[in-house]
Design a protein around this ligand. Sequence first.
Ligand SMILES: Cc1cc2nc3c(=O)[nH]c(=O)nc-3n(C[C@H](O)[C@H](O)[C@H](O)COP(=O)(O)O)c2cc1C
Length: 195
Amino acid sequence: MSIDNEILRTIRARRSTRRFTGEQITPEQLDALLEAAIWAPSGGNNQSWLFTAIQSADILAKLNDVVREGFGRYVPDDDYPGKHGMREYAKREDFNFHHHAPTLIIASNKPNYENAMADCALALENIFLAAQSLGLGSCYINQLHWLRDDIGVREFLAELGVPREHTICSSAAIGFAAAESAVPPRKSGTINVVR
Ligand SMILES: Cc1cc2nc3c(=O)[nH]c(=O)nc-3n(C[C@H](O)[C@H](O)[C@H](O)COP(=O)(O)O)c2cc1C
């Protein structure tokens, strides 16, 4: 029989949420998520990250417009199909890069730091698992990373306190799930144990 406990159940139960109710999370819930983020490990204990939480519907709507404009200028530097699809989606009236989540947490880090992405990704997973444990939905949102060098996006984020020199690693959409997410099956052949 496999080992089971609360954390393992939380890890298995977490899903990417892409449909949110309009309800905002509480200040205590946001605090708990941000606290979970800063307790993640970091290379050399750098802790050079910054987590910027946006909860204003007005600012999120403006950011969505800024991201839409950014995609108008965006030329994908690789063949990742999601990037091309997102550029097309950004032309649509109903475009919303954070799935209408009422809270968006942006993880940025100091420039030219080799572990910037790894540190922020670990912190984001802490956020996702903490969200799951609190009955909240969450989703990794990559578009701000793709547009991290876009002048319009950086200008807008600078106004929100994200340092201009920081690299934008990723972001997390957070809120209450409006629907259960499908469970993407896990691929076989991805584990190799040597004893
Ligand atoms: C690096 C990374 C980037 C991702 N970017 C996005 C994104 O921009 N938008 C989105 O809706 N989901 C995004 N996801 C979520 C994945 O699509 C999701 O984790 C995957 O389909 C598995 O589903 P699950 O999280 O429910 O297990 C991203 C996940 C990772 C790890």
